[in-house]
Design a protein around this ligand. Structure first.
Ligand code: MRU
Length: 378
């Protein structure tokens, strides 16, 4: 911890990460991703030249996190259009690649709709595919802008909720530039606090089993020189008991109409701990993550992932690169495992939801519906 503290400093900003971009390669158009399964060991790009390749990248979590999945879905549909593939089928395949993050289907459908409208107005394949790409780019840009506004609202909320100036914030999973067109959701708020000299410590849950906290959030925190410490997910309880957590900040994959929040598995236990210890539990998510068509938490489809992610020491995709086929075992061969990717936190455990359109607190269905109605009028 001493070394990290010595390194933590405000002022020196790292170059922005190139997490996802559209490229016109000599062999054709492509969606180029920073392969998140290889971080933090290697910064390697993954070229997706067609929709099946992008679907595989989404399912292996080479690209992940709700807002970025929306952007990937949008560019994926633009890619299908540019290749002359079936756009409606591409939108369906991409939208179904993972079930929980609502942004994925939103991004894919939005770009497919723009393409369909252009075709409906008589545009030829080239012009319609240009419209699809422009729509994907607009979605990308809007997400970056939303990220900046969420950080501002989140910082204002923290100033109201927390009396001291050296906030000790606990976060789970990864919510930074690696999930966003901008600097992220919850992480962007922590980063803003750091820039204002108000971050005492960022506690980073390692986030079993795929280690998004240890591999990705710690990577982003280190790049920005944040004072951070990793903890195993199971250590959060004793950290709260020791009075070391001032607030929990997390993102969301889907927020149902009643305010229930689906986020990375392990979020719900943190909300219970926060309630018990009278610590604010704050969710930071763009309005594209709010799904008024899903009535409540019980209606959210939670992705179930392979048992291997639990029964092997590191996830299959992490060791797939150059491990010589050796898979260290965490459990006897054939062990069954319960491996939901997400859990649901009921609204009564959530202190506030921070969006780019403002803050909802207390979290109620009425508050969410009003915020969504306001934002759709803008
Ligand atoms: O399975 P992942 O890594 O895609 O899960 C990501 C998360 O749960 C994030 O916390 C969530 O997408 C919010 S990021 C804005």
């Amino acid at each position: 911890m001493a070394d990290q503290d010595a390194q933590s400093q405000v002022g020196s900003e790292p170059p922005a990460l190139s997490v996802l971009r559209w490229d016109e390669l000599p062999e054709g158009p492509a969606v180029v991703l920073l392969d998140q399964t290889r971080l933090p060991s290697e910064e390697v790009e993954l070229v997706c030249a067609d929709v099946p390749a992008l679907v595989r990248a989404i399912q292996s979590l080479a690209v992940r996190g709700a807002p970025l999945l929306g952007i990937a879905g949008g560019y994926g549909v633009a890619l299908a259009a540019a290749r002359g593939d079936d756009v409606a089928r591409a939108a369906e395949l991409l939208g179904q690649a993972r079930p929980t993050a609502v942004n994925l289907g939103y991004g894919a459908r939005r770009v497919a709709r723009a393409h369909g409208a252009a075709v409906g107005q008589g545009a030829g394949p080239g012009a319609a595919s240009a419209v699809a790409l422009a729509e994907a780019r607009a979605l990308h840009r809007e997400d970056a802008e939303a990220s900046g506004r969420m950080a501002q609202y989140g910082l204002r909320l923290l100033a109201e909720l927390l009396p001291g100036s050296a906030h000790r914030l606990l976060t789970h999973c990864n919510t930074g530039a690696l999930v966003s067109g901008g600097e992220g959701t919850a992480f962007a708020v922590a980063l803003g606090a750091h820039r204002e000299g108000r971050l005492g410590r960022l506690w980073v849950d390692e986030t079993r089993p795929l280690l998004q906290g240890a591999r990705l959030t710690a990577y982003e925190a280190a790049r920005h020189g944040l004072p951070y410490s990793l903890l195993t997910d199971n250590a959060a309880g004793s950290l709260f008991a020791a009075g070391e957590v001032d607030a929990v900040l997390i993102g969301a994959d889907r927020i149902a109409a009643d305010g229930s929040v689906a986020n990375k598995v392990g979020s719900y236990p943190l909300a219970v701990l926060a309630k018990y210890h009278h610590v604010p539990f704050v969710v930071v998510a763009p309005t594209t993550t709010i799904d008024l068509d899903t009535v409540d938490g019980a209606s959210i489809v939670v992705e179930q992932r392979s048992a291997l992610e639990v029964t092997e020491i590191t996830s299959p995709q992490i060791i797939s690169a150059g491990s010589g086929g050796f898979r260290p075992a965490a459990a006897p061969v054939g062990a069954k495992a319960y491996n939901p990717a997400f859990d649901i936190t009921p609204p009564e455990l959530v202190t506030a939801i921070v969006t780019e359109e403002g803050v909802i607190s207390p979290v109620t269905g009425v508050g969410l519906a009003e915020l969504c109605a306001r934002s759709s009028q803008v």
